[in-house]
Ligand binder design. Structure first.
Ligand SMILES: Nc1ncnc2c1ncn2[C@@H]1O[C@H](COP(=O)(O)OP(=O)(O)OP(=O)(O)O)[C@@H](O)[C@H]1O
Length: 707
């Protein structure tokens, strides 16, 4: 038989199995639907029963509906590409590998979950170590239709006469396909070195390093799915937290875990870690470096303890016909004394009241001494402590402190200089104060870590009294865990069982502290590439990172070395640009060639707009998937304006720092020299930008310095 006929015959064989799987899936679906309907029936019946019985029936109803919903949700999430692999073993046995395990009515395996130990050989077997696998087959489907198959023979001598072998490499085919707006999962083509990291033990700290495009993000997300499958009891309840650099990035990766049926994972950008705030604005690099440094702890502590603006600077209170007064300096001394105990100010009002009363008693004693009188100190303290005018003064003099308010105070350079004495230099004070001066601006990403630090330093504000909540007995409570927008957790939740940090090389020390607070009991997976780091103080960040991990052991480290994203032609240019800023061993090896060299288009400033416009148009015509136009952060609004004429949804304009972790089929890189000069680690930022393209890259530049 000719190769195309063999291929068609093999596709037909797999189609028969895939048909069996989907018809079994339809059966399971209708069983789950029937269970849900039965659950609701119990609920309806319950409305007519006594309250006690009602409660237990409601519980049963909720459990049934919850399980049925969960099954339906999983079945629907895994519907696309449900079966993707097949192993033929030396024993003659065959195993189908897929997104979830499915058995037929006789409990025989139709599909084995990719995370199950029985499926490990699909990823780990090689010709050197075949693990009893004769042929490994990747099956590519669209919906329920098998489109293609690709085989690897691992034990050539063991191939029986009737066994056909087709195709040449599912990986290369997958890498060559066009990219969409959202990242795809890679379950069908995970490579051995990646699989080892995905299946590494869950305890302790697992570090994944590697150059751009080596699949670090993909591996970390698949690891989260794997850990939840294998260790659901230990990790599922408290939950997994995934932190990425920006909202654009978390949106980009948001499809991967749900496509593997995982909804019990919270995905947040660094600007969204603190509940109630969504920050997307990036401070200029120099400012972000000051705000992110550990020195800010001292600055914030002092700022919080300083006298708040607008508090009264005198107390006058009449006690038994005599006016007792404490003025500015005396009041400041009392404030200092209260803070010297170190407790959070929002928990220290009672202590503040006591200290004020003591100071007033001292004052009364001082006055009395000059007149030769005596004062009953205890009586004075009790009497004044019950007075309404004393309490009115106390609440304004020792106000509840809110983190945002304290940061806004620091717009006053004199106040910031006091808080930053010996810690920040004059330029830094001016820079930081100016950034808080603009009240209309929302918080920046770097501010979020400062707000979180202050949240802990100030302590929780006293709770407002609320009306008791009405409990509606006949309203069906939503079953926990089945909402479409992920799990509900209490505010400022810090009990995650596993934390995944992506692009960790860019976390500032203050950001490490913020994430560390949420991982007090967690094991960690930390992903990064030191060569892509835009953080200027790596040692300080490493120290803060170690503190975040705490005593967690063991620590294991994996390095991924193959760049799956960029063509060799594109990566060679990126490697040239970063040469001298990275050790050779830190750069990955790109394995795919396209024959398309990146294009460097020289232009002058006046023609820049036209050149960018036409380069973007050409790439949109040339590639099937997305096109990213990457420029310096400051230029984003301008470049977006240039391209408003392009109505193609595949086109995106993105600032250099926001391009971290993303990828496009075609990239237009605007004025590379500006990326180098916009920060102290600019050459690395340029390296990141140059490694975003999977197929074609056009650099539009008015100079050659960057080369
Ligand atoms: N085994 C694989 N099979 C198919 N595609 C893969 C595989 N490994 C990685 N890829 C693809 O390579 C690209 C790069 O992966 P990913 O974004 O995870 O890399 P990264 O190391 O996080 O890169 P960066 O550091 O540049 O952000 C993605 O499109 C990913 O789907």
């Amino acid at each position: 038989m000719s190769e195309p006929r063999i291929r068609r015959a093999e596709i037909a064989i797999e189609q028969r199995h895939v048909d069996r799987v989907y018809s079994r899936l339809a059966e399971l679906r209708s069983q789950a639907e029937a269970m849900r309907a039965k659950g609701y029936e119990i609920g309806h019946g319950a409305q007519r029963e006594a309250v006690f019985e009602q409660a237990s029936m409601l519980f049963e109803r909720d459990m049934m509906v919850f399980h049925a919903n969960q099954t339906l949700q999983t079945l629907d999430a895994e519907y696309e590409g449900l079966v993707f692999g097949r192993l033929d073993q030396t024993s003659g046995e065959k195993i189908y590998v897929g997104r979830l395990g499915i058995r037929d009515a006789e409990f025989d395996n139709l599909v084995t979950d990719w995370r199950a130990p029985a499926a490990a050989a699909f990823y780990q077997a090689t010709a050197e170590e075949p693990m009893d696998v004769v042929r490994r087959r990747v099956i590519r489907c669209s919906g329920q239709n098998v489109l293609d198959v690709d085989d690897d023979v691992l034990i050539a001598d063991a191939v029986p006469d009737h066994m056909s072998v087709v195709g040449e490499g599912a990986l290369m085919a997958a890498l060559g396909r066009s990219r969409g707006e959202k990242m795809r999962d890679i379950v069908a083509t995970i490579q051995r070195e990646q699989d080892e990291v995905i299946r590494a033990p869950w305890r302790g700290v697992t570090e994944i390093t590697g150059g751009p495009g080596t699949g670090k993000t993909a591996v970390a997300l698949h690891r989260a799915a794997y850990l939840l499958y294998r260790h659901r009891r230990q990790l599922g309840g408290a939950g997994v937290f995934v932190v990425g650099p920006s909202g654009v990035f978390t949106n980009y990766i948001s499809r991967v875990l749900p496509s593997m049926g995982e909804t019990n994972v919270e995905l947040r950008a660094l600007g969204e870690v603190l509940d109630g705030i969504v920050a997307t604005r990036q401070d200029p690099a120099k400012l972000a470096a000051v705000k992110g440094s550990l020195r800010m702890r001292k600055v914030l502590t002092r700022a919080m303890r300083d006298t708040p603006p607008d508090v009264p600077d005198e107390i006058r209170i009449v006690y038994r016909g005599e006016v007792l007064k404490l003025r500015g300096k005396e009041l400041e001394k009392v404030r200092r004394k209260v803070h010297s105990h170190g407790g959070p100010p929002n928990r220290s009002r009672v202590r503040a009241a006591e200290a004020l009363l003591e100071a007033l008693a001292d004052k009364a004693e001082e006055n009395a001494r000059t007149d030769g009188r005596t004062v009953d100190r205890a009586e004075l303290i009790t009497e004044l402590g019950e007075r309404i005018d004393f309490h009115r003064f106390l609440v304004v003099w020792w106000p509840v402190l809110y983190p945002g308010e304290i940061l806004r105070w620091l717009a006053d350079p004199a106040r910031l200089a006091r808080a930053g004495k010996g810690v920040l230099n004059r330029d830094e004070v001016a820079l930081v104060a100016a950034s808080f001066a603009d009240r209309v601006r929302d918080w920046s990403v770097a501010d979020v870590a400062l707000l979180d630090e202050l949240r802990v330093l100030t302590g929780p504000p006293p709770k407002r009294r609320r009306k008791p909540q009405q409990i509606e007995l006949d309203a069906a409570p939503p079953a926990r865990g089945v909402e479409s927008h992920g799990p509900h957790r209490p505010e400022h939740y810090d009990e995650y069982s596993h934390i995944v940090v992506d692009e960790s090389q860019d976390l500032s020390p203050m950001q490490w502290r913020m994430i560390g607070r949420r991982g007090k009991y967690a094991s960690w997976t930390v992903v990064g590439d030191p060569v892509q780091s835009s953080w200027p103080e790596p040692d300080e960040a490493a120290q803060a990172r170690d503190q975040a991990f705490g005593p967690r052991t063991p620590r294991r480290r994996y390095t991924l070395r193959t760049n799956y994203r960029n063509s060799k032609e594109i990566f060679d240019l990126a490697a040239r640009v970063v040469a001298g800023h990275a050790e050779d061993g830190d750069l990955p090896e790109a394995v795919r060639t396209t024959g398309l060299e990146p294009e460097i288009r020289m232009t002058d400033t006046a023609s820049l707009e036209g050149s960018v416009h036409s380069a973007a148009k050409e790439l949109l015509d040339a590639v099937e998937g997305t096109v990213g136009v990457i420029c310096a952060m400051d230029r984003v609004p301008e470049v977006s304006g240039w391209l408003t004429g392009h109505s193609d949804e595949r086109l995106k304009v993105v600032g250099s720092l926001d391009s971290k972790g993303l990828e496009y089929d075609g990239v237009v890189l605007v004025e590379p020299t500006e990326l180098i000069t916009e920060s102290t680690t600019g050459r690395r930022v340029l390296y990141v930008a140059l490694t975003r393209a999977t197929q074609q890259l056009t650099v539009v530049a008015s100079g050659r310095e960057w080369l």
